[in-house]
Design a protein around this ligand. Structure first.
Ligand code: GLY
Length: 419
């Protein structure tokens, strides 16, 4: 008996020394149920969406659509591809491919940094899953070439908005919304994955170098000492000096716009996955610390649209809208935290995975998850697109659905790997 206890004690000690893996609380059945429900919903959305347009949101019982040059055009086909990956249902792949026909022209789009969102979430995922390089490689390479026309070696960053010809160092930024010289927004971190993958695909280091340089410039200029980030940094295109740090979609310049923090966490976690440069991992952890420890993070872990929105935490000044939450932020954070957890151990790993689990649990029920057959076929409700402009508030959005499904798939992969 004495030896039996000694043996158990030894195993426990070995486990402790090697570092414990996190315990995953969500069960396979729970994850599969959410993905099955997502398929039911997206098939409804497909029926509602005109052939030549992309779904964008659903407001007042009406589907709102966009042309393919709107920044969100890659998310709906990307979600279809993820759900095809999960189910093997060829109808879902076919629906995505139908949309690829109208999306392809965006590979020539040099007017926005968002071609990463547009082309990588859609064609990038399709290539990853189908391995059909004949169908997708050239589209991705052409799109990445378009994106890097927006890179300036003087600024060491990719310009987010406005044409490159509009660079004008004599114009000074006036106020949020206009007069930018060379605007770079934190969202741009999300387009770097596209460049890094295309660099490998095309065996061309130019894309890689631009992505790494952009990430380093962002690290240097976009963050405050507490590791929260500004939405927009305006640069002098002549010498790359910083002219102004502003917000457009957040509450005020010094506030922490929630989705911006989520883009940052996701972006730097992805930079670590791709480069294995530890400085990105350390940075991602600091961003996670800021977000997860913020006093205004709600109990259900679905953030308000801005961590510093006036009236928080009691919400008294937020009465204009029903929730003032941003489900899209929770979905992006959940996906990023699941990935971050896979690069960490012990208490850090447990913290990141447990917060991601809470986000997924919250998003997977009322008020956030739509009852099948409602919500125009979108999966989630209550995201905030651009609250200061009163645009797309308390509504479904394609990117909330995309990152929610991605987070479910990432979690499912952890369970399947038996970690
Ligand atoms: N990239 C725009 C947004 O996050 O709303």
């Amino acid at each position: 008996m004495k030896y039996y206890f000694l043996l158990i004690g030894t195993f426990c000690f070995m486990g402790f020394c090697q570092g414990q893996h996190a315990t995953y609380k969500l069960k396979q059945d729970f994850i599969n149920k959410q993905l099955d429900d997502a398929i039911d919903q997206i098939k409804i959305l497909a029926q509602n969406t005109p052939e030549d347009l992309m779904p964008r949101t659903f407001e007042g019982d009406t589907l709102v659509t966009s042309k393919t040059n709107w920044w969100t055009s890659g998310f709906y086909p990307g979600t279809l591809v993820y759900l095809y990956e999960y189910s093997g249902d060829k109808k879902l792949l076919q629906l995505a491919q139908d949309k690829f026909k109208i999306l392809e022209k965006e590979k020539y789009n040099k007017n926005t940094h968002d071609v990463g969102f547009m082309l990588y979430c859609s064609y990038g995922n399709a290539l990853r899953i189908t391995k059909d390089t004949m169908a997708y490689k050239d589209i991705l390479l052409t799109g990445a070439r378009s994106l890097i026309t927006r890179y300036s070696p003087d600024v060491q960053a990719i310009r987010s908005w406005g044409g490159m010809k509009r660079n004008n160092p004599d114009v000074k930024a006036t106020s949020s919304g206009g007069g930018w010289n060379y605007p770079v927004i934190i969202d741009n971190m999300m387009n770097l994955e596209f460049l890094l993958e295309v660099s490998k695909l095309g065996n061309d280091p130019v894309f890689w170098d631009i992505a790494v340089t952009h990430a380093n410039t962002t690290m240097k200029n976009h963050f405050r000492p507490d590791y929260s980030c500004y939405h927009l940094v305006d640069y002098n295109p002549k010498d790359g000096s910083v002219i102004a740090k502003k917000t457009v979609q957040g509450a005020y310049d010094e506030s922490a716009w929630a989705r911006g923090q989520a883009w940052a966490l996701y972006g730097f976690t992805m930079m670590y996955r791709e480069t294995r440069d530890k400085k990105y991992l350390d940075f991602a952890k600091k961003i996670a610390d800021f977000v997860l420890n913020h006093p205004n993070m709600p109990e259900d872990q679905v953030p308000y649209w801005d961590f510093d929105a006036p009236g928080l935490p009691d919400g008294s000044e937020l009465a204009n809208y029903k929730f003032n939450r941003d489900a899209s932020t929770a979905a992006i954070l959940a996906s990023a935290l699941i990935e971050l957890s896979s690069f960490t151990k012990d208490t850090e790993q447990s913290l990141y995975i447990s917060k991601a689990e809470k986000m997924l649990q919250s998003l997977s029920k009322e008020p956030y998850k739509a009852v099948t057959g409602t919500n125009g076929g979108f999966i989630l409700k209550y995201s905030a697109g651009h609250l200061p402009k009163h645009s797309e508030v308390d509504v479904p959005l394609t990117y909330a659905d995309y990152y929610y499904v991605e987070a479910l798939m990432r979690y499912r992969n952890l369970l399947l790997a038996g970690n």
